[in-house]
Design a binder for this molecule. Structure first.
Ligand SMILES: Nc1ncnc2c1ncn2[C@@H]1O[C@H](COP(=O)(O)OP(=O)(O)OP(=O)(O)O)[C@@H](O)[C@H]1O
Length: 349
């Protein structure tokens, strides 16, 4: 078993509390993404799991063993960090072979595993080169290949694809997902890119201000965000938040009404741009269109609902012009209600 238990981990840098009692269990073979904006504490948490940083309090347990006070190399994990350290005096082959050499693997096995990892990362053509003759993206792939070559039970990665161009990034993402799933590697992956987290992870932990705001499958996080922050961070375009007042279980927007949770009066209607559709006769929630952007697969409409900014996704062939008012149909079951005062989602009535 190679499950990872993060148990009430706190990290303080002097008076600044970078992590506020984080608890999270990553199951054996699971892929969990730590997702959040710059400064939310994801790298700090990963470094604590790796043993590169010491927690102020709390424990890290890997495969049933408390590793909180163990040196990084005794924790039985492989890691790829943003500032990937590959050895300049070693060829790409020897860089990828490094972990296997440490394990005193036989030469034939080293060769086989290096070639396999190199093929996966598309660096098989550079095995004889030295890092100085590689681009940033190629070096990054060497670092990933080196981590994968040892076939680790636990793999920690911090933005390992950040130096790749968009197309290669997408390709590597797919490859990485396939290979880690096949190998059953328990993986924690830090990223600030929500599409990457959605595409790769079994579960996503969305972090904000040193805390986990929500943990769940990509679909759960997308469909039922626990906070305004999560709704606004996940999805493109981000979720719209329209301030409304809820009286007797009904919110009124223009001539339209929506059932709302009657426990709170000051609410925000959290509406995904793709969960609204243009009504045929202008009925529904009034939406004043300001800009129409044809994106190919869809139209992105930017405008306002009740004077508040909103972005709506429409079919690519929809006939909509800037400056017009259209009506939106919204399925009440697909909206999120946020308590304006707390920023937290309110259960539907
Ligand atoms: N050694 C340190 N000393 C003091 N403060 C630190 C130290 N390392 C990190 N911090 C602070 O802790 C917070 C979390 O930093 P961390 O690097 O974990 O964020 P992050 O979410 O990984 O961001 P990024 O995506 O920019 O790397 C930040 O406010 C950062 O300034």
């Amino acid at each position: 078993m190679a499950d990872i238990v993060i148990d009430r981990v706190v990290k303080e840098f002097g008076p600044f509390r970078a992590l506020q009692e984080i608890s999270l269990t990553v199951n054996d073979g699971e892929f969990v993404a730590l997702l959040g904006p710059s400064g939310c504490g994801k790298t700090t948490l990963l470094r604590i799991i790796a043993g590169l940083e010491t927690q102020t309090s709390g424990r890290i347990v890997i495969g049933g063993q408390d590793v909180s006070n163990l040196a990084p190399r005794k924790r039985g994990l492989a890691m790829v960090f943003q500032n990937y350290a590959i050895f300049p005096h070693m060829s790409v082959f020897e860089n990828v072979a490094f972990g296997l050499r440490m394990q005193k693997a036989a030469q034939a096995e080293v060769k086989r595993k290096v070639e396999r990892a190199a093929a996966l990362l598309h660096i098989e053509g550079y095995l004889d080169r030295y890092p100085a003759k590689l681009s940033g993206g190629q070096r990054q792939r060497v670092a990933v290949a080196r981590a994968l070559a040892v076939e680790p039970a636990v793999l920690l990665m911090d933005e390992p694809l950040s130096n790749l161009d968009a197309l290669l990034r997408l390709e590597m993402r797919t490859e990485l997902k396939a290979v880690l799933r096949q190998a059953g590697t328990t993986t924690i992956y830090v990223t600030h890119d929500q599409t990457e987290a959605m595409g790769l992870a079994d579960r996503i932990a969305v972090m904000y201000g040193g805390k986990i705001d929500q943990i769940g499958s990509p679909l759960e996080i997308y469909a039922t965000p626990a906070t305004r922050f999560v709704g606004g961070f996940i999805g493109a375009p981000p979720m719209n938040f329209i301030k409304v007042r809820c009286h007797g279980g009904t919110a009124r927007i223009g001539d339209a009404t929506l059932p709302c949770p009657s426990t709170v009066t000051d609410l925000e209607l959290g509406l995904r741009g793709e969960d609204a559709s243009l009504s045929a006769n202008g009925s529904g929630i009034p939406f004043d269109v300001r800009v129409v952007e044809p994106m190919g697969s869809h139209l992105l409409l930017t405008g306002s609902i009740d004077g508040q900014l909103a972005r709506i996704v429409a079919p690519p062939v929809a006939k909509v012009n800037p400056g017009v008012r259209v009506g939106l149909n919204v399925d009440p079951a697909r909206v999120t209600w946020i308590d304006s005062a707390t920023g937290r989602a309110v259960a539907r009535a």
